[in-house]
Design a protein around this ligand. Sequence first.
Ligand SMILES: [Zn+2]
Length: 310
Amino acid sequence: MSPFSATNNLSGTETLHIHLRLSQYREETSPPVSMPLPPATTPVPQPVFMPGMSHAAESPAPAPAPSAIPTRPKDDETTDDKNQDPSSPATSLPRLRLHVQDVAHPGSSIFLSSVNAATVLRSSIDSIHAHLYSQPPSSPPPTRSVTLVLRDMDGVAYTTGSDLDPDHKEIHFSLRYISSIAPSSRQSAEIRGVLLHELVHCYQWNGRGRAPGGLIEGVADWVRLRCDLAPPHWSREQVPAKWDVGYQGTAYFLEYLEDRFGKGTIRRMNEKLRKERYEEKAFWTELVGGPVEQLFEDYKKTLLKGGQKD
Ligand SMILES: [Zn+2]
């Protein structure tokens, strides 16, 4: 081949010439390199191009080593292709992150010593899928990442979409609350229970935003209940003021519906909240054949009967 026969006869300077051409080519492929110098352009784009600068800094480095020739461009191409983890497509697990805002806080060491941070989010998401999305499989919301933020704040925890994109979720969990969990034997279960509740919010449907907040909170605590992570102060016997009081009050009502209408009722309810806008009367009649107020009256009767037996 001509390139090889040519290089056999080439002097070192010609080899070097080839190398310089490669370097030039690489600079052309990263256009911002020469841009930051002339400040004639508007200052705004410069931060956007800043990450490119680190690439540019790498470019001149190979030039001083005039070693063997043409393999480098291919190497660069493959490193530019970001390899996917082959294990990821099976379960569409989002990117999971942990952000500990204050490692010196007592709550941080309690959290890190009570749960396996590397697996607790994943196993919680698996549980949510098992209760809300299995048999037949349906589609969870397109949550693309979950960032767990441990920070010192009032309250227990909350979940929100990120500033940039609602598909990127943030769970904020109070270090102050974590450090207050007592007795210490409760720490692991309470942390896992709160995380599970918040993760349900990352994966449940809401009837196009029309489902009552109490129902949303009730579903989250229902999953917690089903995963045997109900805290000891929850009481099945307590009669809630209304069906959508939220949290454990609604969770036990949902448990009653699951028992009465069969396994998978709450999963079907979640699926219905995915497919359509929540309109109370039609929603419950189509789901379980009657208005929710009537079901709630039936539920309260079973609680009162149970109370009389005791
Ligand atoms: Zn909640």
